[in-house]
Design a protein. Structure first.
Lengths: 128, 373
């Protein structure tokens, strides 16, 4: 079933975040990639661009649909996952690992993000 | 009838849910957009076989001594020489020479034709055809959509999988022909037609027989890795094969000549609705035409995205009618209408993708054709 690792924090638009040194890694959840279907194209932001929480960071495209992914925290993009240009399927195959999307400066704001249990409950509420 | 706003379940609804289908509403029906994976379903049809529930399609019978005259009047193709057991693709025309719908005409008998129409257009088609028929004696328009479920088995292994389920000799059934016969113990129209660009069959059966037939085909197909396939794969398959989708690539503002469907427009037949417009367009040449294109840098063109002739044009010249990442060809492809002077193969133009533009160039349609035996 849907995997929701305990060690990550989650945004309400189905992104996950995790601290990585001074930066925060951002990806989309297992649930999000499953809803989207096989990702065939990823559009990532330019390194150095700053975003507020909820801003559109980029887009993920499957054969059938386009989906935006949003900044779960405020910050500046310090690195993007270059591998996704040639291997967009990593988002499906390993959403919490090699399929990460961007790294942002800034820290995890616990007020804004959910823990694994909170995200699980959020998913259950959303799917009614 | 269903309540207003409620989507109709096809007779195969329970089968879809049991198979893990992701159900969506399409043209008033609840159908699976995919089961496990759109691209796997797509490749299954190209390489082996896939099974589709297309029960949403409408079936309209034209009956009576004047049935042929009526079909000739509303259609731009010529059906005079059709014999019983043949199917022919055509457009139902408005007086403006534009599409009411596109349809497959099946000649059931000298005085009966069966039109298979798009689900979203069915009520409009019945109303339009009935209005035209009211002016003519000896012809009836009958909506039989509720009498038929439709299954499509498509792909290079379709014949091999279906043959053990029917006493009919499928190898003798040629493309765009049909027979009335038994399949898995039920009476069916077995037509060698489809909407995927592959060999295959479309089977019309009474709704109560559909689940048994569905399971029988899945069972026979299992050793061949046949997959149930959803609307998503149906769309990418027809798109690669360059087949138009009503409401996207063709509609009530486009003529078959503009839609690069000149082969369905015939003039060596009597008068028909829209003929004068089409004849004039044929003589003078069309001002715009539907073309295929590829995106040769980053980005995927989608339905509705603006199309620009020059990168800095303020106004779009048209919009993308269909577009996606082609699962078979691995490239981002699309279709759009362009002014005739910009339709030559290789002509470059631009597609606006959200806040940027990406270059595109005109390529041949169809994008994909199967290797004929």
């Amino acid at each position: 079933m849907m995997s929701i690792p305990d060690e990550l924090k989650y945004g309400r638009s189905h992104e996950w975040v995790k601290a990585d040194g001074d930066a925060v890694v951002v990806g989309i959840t297992h649930y999000a990639q499953d809803q989207l279907g096989e990702v065939v194209y990823v559009e990532l932001p330019d390194v150095g661009t700053s975003f507020a929480t909820g801003d559109e960071l980029g887009t993920l495209e499957s054969v059938k649909a386009v989906s935006e992914f949003l900044a779960p925290i405020p910050g500046e993009v310090v690195e993007v996952n270059e591998r996704l240009a040639d291997e967009p399927n990593l988002v499906n195959d390993d959403p919490y690992g090699d399929g990460w999307l961007v790294k942002m400066s800034g820290s995890l704001d616990d007020e804004e993000t959910l823990d694994a249990n909170g995200y699980q409950e959020f998913l259950e509420e959303e799917s009614g | 009838m269903s309540e207003a706003g409620a989507a109709v379940k096809t007779p195969l609804y329970e089968e879809h849910v049991a198979a893990g289908g992701r159900m969506v509403e399409f043209a008033g029906f609840e159908l699976p957009v995919q089961y496990k994976s759109l691209t796997e379903e797509h490749h299954a049809v190209r390489e082996r076989a896939g099974l589709f529930d297309v029960s949403h399609m409408g079936e309209i019978a034209i009956r009576g001594p004047a049935a042929l005259d009526f079909v000739q009047l509303v259609s731009c193709n010529d059906h005079q020489k059709m014999t019983v057991g043949r199917a022919q693709y055509t457009g139902i025309m408005y007086p403006e020479g534009t599409f009411v719908d596109d349809t497959l005409v099946h000649k059931m008998a000298d005085d009966e034709y069966l039109l298979v129409v798009n689900a979203a257009n069915r009520h409009k088609d019945v109303a339009y055809l009935s209005e035209v028929a009211a002016e003519i004696d000896d012809v009836e328009v009958i909506d039989l959509s509720g009498d038929y479920a439709q299954l499509a088995i498509q792909g290079p292994l379709a014949e091999e999988i279906l043959q053990p389920l029917t006493p009919e000799n499928l190898s003798e059934l040629k493309y765009y022909r049909f027979i009335e016969g038994g399949v898995a113990g039920t009476a069916a129209i077995i037509a060698r037609t489809g909407y995927t660009g592959e060999d295959g069959f479309e089977l019309y059966v009474e709704p109560s027989a559909a689940p048994g037939l569905w399971r029988a085909i899945l069972d026979r197909g299992q050793p061949h890795d046949l997959k149930p396939a959803g609307l998503g794969a149906r769309d990418t398959l027809r798109f690669e094969a360059g087949m138009s989708l009503y409401g996207y690539d063709i509609d009530n503002t486009t003529t078959p000549l503009e839609a690069s469907l000149g082969w369905i427009v015939k003039f060596k037949k009597g008068d028909y609705i829209g003929r004068d417009v089409l004849e004039r367009q044929k003589e003078e040449g069309v001002e715009r035409k539907l073309v295929g294109f590829e995106m040769y840098e980053r980005g995927i063109a989608r339905h509705g995205y603006p199309v620009l002739l020059k990168e800095d044009d303020a106004e779009p010249v048209s919009h993308v009618t269909s577009g996606t990442q082609s699962p078979t060809l691995g490239r981002a492809l699309g279709m759009t209408y362009l002014p005739i002077e910009a339709t030559e193969i290789g002509t470059e133009f631009f597609v606006q993708i959200r806040n940027r533009t990406a270059p595109a160039r005109v390529v041949e349609l169809p994008f994909y054709s199967r290797k004929k035996k």
